[in-house]
Design a protein. Sequence first.
Length: 44
Amino acid sequence: MAQILVDTSVWIEFYHPRGSAEVKQALIKALDLHEVVVTGGDYC
């Protein structure tokens, strides 16, 4: 399984109403495959 740390610019594009459909689809796929990781914090 890949581990993807998503750049802030990708999140901005994802949530923008007129953001790139290609970026949105790629991020949705990564989220569905549980490949997105985050940094920092103690998450339980």
